[in-house]
Design a protein around this ligand. Structure first.
Ligand SMILES: [Fe+2]
Ligand SMILES: [Fe+2]
Length: 165
């Protein structure tokens, strides 16, 4: 096999993590829609698709090496969101968790001199910088613009714009 058992297990966990992220953002998109945040809803709909793309990238990497992948079942997200700010906070926390996980696999790949996997993961390392920055910047808006109804409307419009990019 072209990757070690350890790397394979970690990549399988990562496939599950991306699938769960996609599922979680779908829940957030749905929550936003029902609660009147149209912009945030489209933003999270797109973000959910992006996470699915991440999952597919890893599956493709393994398949290109002629390695079978395990397609994970997704877990039901905890449906406990109460506010738009919490939606963003939870998303940032999720991205921080993903960053840790990517860093871990990258570290193992480097230790094993698995350059192929290291190079493959570089895309994810860079992506996580953007992902954390994205949610940190949105979260900052609550401090800058505020949390009253008008401010939330502005933030929703901002998310609408982001979803069109
Ligand atoms: Fe991701
Ligand atoms: Fe992400």
């Amino acid at each position: 096999m072209k990757v070690s058992k350890k790397i394979l297990n970690l990549l399988h966990d990562q496939i599950a993590m991306e699938a769960n992220a996609s599922n979680y953002y779908l829940y957030l998109s749905s929550w936003c829609k029902v609660n009147g945040y149209e912009g945030a809803s489209s933003f999270f709909q797109n973000h959910s698709s992006e996470e699915r793309e991440h999952m597919l990238k890893i599956i493709q990497y393994l398949n290109d090496l002629k390695i079978n992948t395990v397609i994970p079942s997704v877990s039901k997200p905890s449906q406990n969101v109460k506010s738009l700010e919490q939606v963003i906070k939870n998303s940032l926390a999720n991205e921080q968790k993903v960053t840790k996980s990517i860093d871990k696999i990258y570290g193992v790949a480097q230790n094993e001199n698995d350059h192929r996997t290291s190079i493959f993961l570089e895309w994810f390392v860079r992506e996580q910088i953007e992902e954390e920055d994205l949610f940190e910047s949105i979260l900052q808006k609550f401090d800058v613009i505020g949390r009253d109804k008008l401010a939330l409307h502005e933030i929703d419009k901002h998310l609408q714009k982001l979803s069109q990019k």
